[in-house]
Design a protein around this ligand. Structure first.
Ligand code: NDP
Length: 280
């Protein structure tokens, strides 16, 4: 149910994850980062998405401590995601990377840990490590990011535990129809990164006309479209007014017709790397 910013979806293992969260990609350590995370918590965000490669886990951790105190909530009210970077994929190396992330964040467990990219020949060993961490209770849910259907099929051949999440690039120019259907069939919740196409869609005429109709901004229309399509979304902003704007999407509903209109903007167009052709 989409009631408010704290509304959750239930993952395949029964863990509840907020539909909406804050992304902090490209936000460097420092006051801007700490302020953004604290402001988000103050305005009701409960989910924060970081990664070891973002180089900002320490700041996120500091902001969590200060943010929960100011908001009068506890660590358990938050849902914290991090990701293992490509260079650390492997059994022991992933276990070590997890410990490093946890220490930087200053936490004693993560809510979600993801394999950041499907590096061929490496992600299966890393998945075994995630399964170990999950069984040990150090992380409440485990998943992947940037996995195509064939990566998921390959992973699930030997996996003991199915990924609960696949976090992928997803916006009106990249609707990931086949991947989404595959994930739904296997109980893998899709999560959108770069939901706003990094700001590149905000003056699209069709989206502007839909936005005018609902008296909302284009960003709000896109983020609401994510939710009504059953996709978790984690837009990034460091500006308080946008952190509020982006999350004010629980007070209106898009018609099925408008959802279809937005779906039709798909061009299979990426702003980020292609998971089948990346060299990092
Ligand atoms: P987004 O699509 O969330 O767009 C962020 C950009 O849009 C920023 O420049 C931001 O600027 C601007 N913006 C945000 N809200 C508004 C608004 N209401 N009006 C106008 N401009 C706005 O891009 P991201 O790439 O950051 O994706 C979101 C998150 O997804 C990341 O932060 C990260 O956590 C995750 N991610 C994961 C990846 C993966 O491989 N798993 C890859 C990429 C991202 P400003 O801050 O100035 O407001």
């Amino acid at each position: 149910m989409l009631i408010d910013l704290q509304s959750t979806t239930t993952l395949s293992n029964g863990i509840k994850m907020p539909w909406f969260g804050l992304g902090v990609f490209k936000v460097e350590e420092g006051p801007e980062l700490i302020n953004a995370v604290k402001v988000a918590i103050k305005h009701g965000y409960r989910s924060i998405d970081t990664a070891s490669i973002y180089g900002n886990e320490e700041g996120v951790g500091k902001a969590i401590i200060e943010g929960i105190e100011e908001a009068g909530i506890s660590r358990d009210d938050l849902f914290i995601t991090s990701k293992v970077w490509n260079a650390d994929l492997g059994y022991e190396s992933t276990l070590n990377a997890f410990t490093t992330s946890l220490n930087k964040l200053g936490l004693d467990y993560l809510n979600l840990y993801l394999i950041h990219w499907p590096v061929e020949g490496k992600y299966k060993e890393a998945w075994r490590a995630l399964e170990t961490l999950y069984k040990e209770g150090k992380v409440k849910a485990i998943g992947v990011s940037n996995f195509q259907i064939h990566h998921l099929e390959e992973l699930m051949k030997e996996a003991e535990i199915k990924p609960m999440i696949n976090q992928v690039e997803y916006h009106p120019r990249l609707t990931q129809k086949d991947l989404h259907a595959f994930c739904q069939k296997h109980g893998i919740q899709l999560e959108a990164w770069s939901p706003l196409m990094q700001g590149q869609l905000l003056d699209h005429p069709d989206l502007l006309s839909i936005a005018n109709k609902y008296n909302k901004t284009v960003a709000q229309i896109i983020l609401r479209w994510d939710l009504q399509n059953g996709v978790i979304t984690i837009p990034k902003s460091t500006k308080e007014h946008r952190i509020i704007e982006n999350s004010t999407v629980f007070d209106f509903e898009l018609s099925q017709e408008d959802i279809k209109r937005i779906n039709q903007l798909n061009q299979d167009l990426r702003v980020g790397p292609d998971p089948d052709h990346f060299d990092f």
